[in-house]
Design a protein around this ligand. Structure first.
Ligand code: ATP
Length: 336
């Protein structure tokens, strides 16, 4: 970790941050061409509405929310690309707007769909270019290049042209490039989007190691809640510009009633059991899947009830998939 980073200083603080955008509205109808040009309607959109959030150094935080919730806006404000309409922002104790250059040396930002790599050059050329332009000292560059090459398994692709890389290879190379100056805090927007199962596992494993072994603070956005649960200790959920949830994933499950799933395997050909307070979700090949709310029906009671049925061959209890929990949560917010 950078010696200059004061211990105890939060990685980032948003204090009552509001961001509004003006969106020009045009009807798209031919008869409105003149009106659209001379007097277009203006709609004000509040992307962030008095958001307050503190993230400590060394945390791994998932920053999630439905489309349009305000995630990218937050990251753009934290990285100094956008100015908030009101409120205070500090990153590693500095202002993203006033101390932009100082912060550039300590922070890394990656928007998953964009690449910083030079398309028609080998990957290593982009890395050397960054070293030169950013004035990264030799020993810092060598240390981080070695660390990233090893952890991200890059040795085979350093000499490959960026345009010839697969998506997974490109993402790994982009993350390596992001780390060459040794940032203390990284923002990653959708780093697992489009990756196959193996590439995703590698990426998640790498980010977890980076956070654990190097102490790098990681803030990651994704629409894949399963990925986020695997990576992060804390999840912040945004809803229409407000923080609607901030806690760990088990607490998030409890918000929607502590739902659990139970898979009951019965003797061949048996119909599903009729069980009180349990909702049958599906039956396939003698395996019947139910959902229950452990806050209303404790697990020991479930097991006690099941012990009365001699036709049961196997039972497996698991937490409800976080994707389903969050989908239900988004639905409940939409209905409000
Ligand atoms: N440059 C812009 N000009 C006008 N409105 C914008 C601009 N950028 C974002 N918005 C609006 O601000 C709101 C929040 O957008 P933002 O991109 O921050 O959401 P998001 O959570 O990142 O969404 P997604 O998951 O779809 O990327 C949306 O209503 C969007 O239309």
């Amino acid at each position: 970790m950078n010696d200059m980073v004061l211990q105890g200083t939060p990685a980032l603080v948003l204090d009552n941050v509001t961001k509004t955008y003006s969106q020009w509205q045009r009807s798209g109808k031919a008869k409105d061409i003149i009106k659209n040009l001379l007097k277009p309607e203006k709609k004000v959109v509040t992307a962030l509405d008095q958001v307050s959030l503190t993230i400590g150094q060394g945390e791994f935080v998932a920053y999630a929310g439905a489309n349009g919730a305000g995630k990218s806006t937050t990251i753009k404000i934290l990285s100094g690309i956008l100015t908030p309409t009101s409120g205070q922002v500090t990153v590693l104790g500095l202002s993203p707007l006033k101390d932009r250059i100082a912060l550039m040396n300590r922070v890394g930002v990656l928007f998953g769909q964009r690449t910083e790599l030079w398309w028609d050059h080998p990957v290593i050329t982009s890395f050397q270019w960054k070293k030169d332009v950013w004035n990264i000292p030799d020993e810092v560059y060598e240390r981080n290049l070695q660390m990233a090459t090893e952890l991200l398994d890059l040795s085979d692709i350093l000499k490959t042209f960026a345009r010839e890389l697969s998506l997974g290879q490109r993402m790994r190379a982009d993350i390596a490039m992001l780390l060459l100056h040794g940032p203390d805090l990284i923002f990653l927007d959708e780093p697992t989007l489009g990756l196959d199962v193996l590439a995703k596992q590698q990426m998640i494993g790498f980010l977890k190691r980076l956070n654990k072994e190097q102490g790098t603070t990681v803030v990651v956005t994704s629409h894949d809640m399963d990925d986020l649960e695997e990576m992060a200790q804390r999840v912040v959920l945004l809803n229409k510009g407000n923080i609607a949830f901030d806690g760990d994933f088990n607490e998030l499950r409890d918000v929607m009633g502590g739902f659990y799933r139970i898979l009951i395997t019965t003797q061949p050909g048996m119909p599903p059991l009729s069980l009180l307070d349990m909702k049958l979700l599906k039956s396939e090949n003698d395996v019947h899947e139910y959902e229950f709310d452990r806050t209303k029906l404790p697990i020991h009671e479930v097991l006690g009830n099941l012990s009365k049925f001699s036709q049961i061959r196997d039972v497996e209890i698991k937490k409800a998939p976080i994707e389903d929990v969050v989908a239900n949560l988004y639905l409940s917010w939409k209905e409000k």
